[in-house]
Design a binder for this molecule. Sequence first.
Ligand code: ARG
Length: 464
Amino acid sequence: AQEKPWGGRFKEATSKKVEAYTESISFDTKMYKQDIMGSKAHAVMLAEQGILTKEEAEILCSGLDRVLEEIESGKLVWKQELEDVHMNIETRLTELVGEVGKKLHTGRSRNDQCCLDLRLYTSDCLRLWEELAKNLIAVLVDKAEENQGVLLPGCTHMQPAQPVSLAHHLLAYAWMFKRDAERICACERRARISPLGAAALAGTTYNLNPQSVAEQLNMYGVFKNSMDTVADRDYVLEALFTGSVIMMHLSRFCEELIWWANPQFAFIYLSDAHSTGSSIMPQKKNPDVAEIMRGKTGRTYGNLMNLLTTLKGLPLTYNRDLQEDKIPFMDTDKTVRTSLSIMAEMLQGIRFRADKMEKALKAGFLNATELADYLVTKGIPFREAHHITGRAVALAEDRGVGLEELSLQDFNHLCDPYHIQVTDDVYVVLDYFTAVKRRNASGGTGPVSVKNQLDELKVWLAAQ
Ligand code: ARG
C-alpha cells in the first residue's frame, strides 16, 4: 500500500478491480499539458512566497519539462495503479528529481488541481471552437457573397412560402454561428478562473498567492470561495450547452442540405469527397456526412444531460462523482471541433444549382403575397385582398399555371365588386426577382439588406 501517494494509512493493497473501476488515467491524460503548466506555476508561486527556495522551484520546473518531453515522445508509461494524470506526473517527477519532487504538492490538493486542469483544458478547447466557428462564418459569408443573385423558395412548414435569396438563407446560418461564437467567448471567460489555493475544500494555512498562479497561466481571475470552487462544474455545463447549440445549428443546416441534395430538388451537388455510395445501388450518392453530423447532435445533448444529472444531488464539496465530468466534455469537444471543421470544408465543395432553385420558384405560388399587397395598394382591405388572391390561386391551380400567367381579364374579373383596375404593372409585382428586390427593409431578403449583412459580418470577422 505504501507505493500509493496516499498509502500511509492503508495496510492492505487496493483491489485490482477497484483500481480499474476508479481510475481516470484512461481519459485524463488528455490534460497532461494543463497539469504540467499548472504545477510549474504553483512551484514558481511557492518560491515567490518563500515556501520553497528558488533552486527547488527551478529543479521542479525543469523536472516537469522533462516529464512533458517523456509524455510527448511516448516514453512515459502511464500506470493505472497511480489513478490519474496528476499522481502519474508527480510520481514520475519525483523519480526524476528525487526528494524535492515531494514538495510540489505543498498547499495543494488534487481537488483544486483537477479543477485547475479542467478549467484550463475546457478554456483551451473553447478557444479552438471559437476559431472554427469563425472560420465557418467566413465560408458562409464567401458563399453568400457569390450567390447574391440566386433565388430559391423560402419555406415555412416545409412548404413553399416566399422567394428569398440564397445569400440571405446562408447568412441566416452565419448569424447563428456568430451567436455561438459569442456564447463560446462568454463561457471561456467564466472557465478560465483559477481555483488553485482552495486546496482540498477549506483553503490553506500556507501564505499562497493565487493571483500569481492565475497571472502566470493567463487566467482572468481567482476563486472567491474554496468550497464553491472545488465543487463547481458550471463552466463544463456551459461548454456542454454551448456545444449542444452549435450542433443543433449544424444539424438543422444538415437537414436542409440533405433534402437539397435529393435529385427531386437538386438544389445542390455535394462534392464526391463529402458523399458516400451504396454497396448495392450503383447510382447512389448519399449525404452521409450531413447525416452523421445530425446523428451526433443527439450525443452532445446526452452529454449535457449526463453531467447535469451527475451534479444534481451532490453535496459540497468535492465528491468523486465529479471525476465523471471529463468524459462527456471530451466527447462533445471531439464532436464539435470535427463537425465545425468538416462543415466548413463540405460547404466549400458544394455546387449550388441556381437553375434548379429558380425553376422551383414557379411551383407553389410564392408570389401570392405580392398579389395581395398589390391589391391593397389599389384600395382593397388586406383581408379582402387575401381572399381574392386565394381565389386567383385556386383558378391558376385549376389551369395548372402560375399566378403570373393569369390574364388581366382574369384578375379584373376576380376583383369585380371592388371597382378597381388591375393593370399591367401587376406582372412586375408578380415577378419573383421583384419580390426579393423590394424587401430591403433592415434584415429582409432584399439585395441592399443582404449587402448590409455581409458588410456587418465582414467588419465583425476582421475585428476578431
Ligand atoms: N481523478 C480525480 C478527478 O478527476 C482527481 C481528484 C481526486 N481527488 C480525490 N480526493 N480523490 O476528479
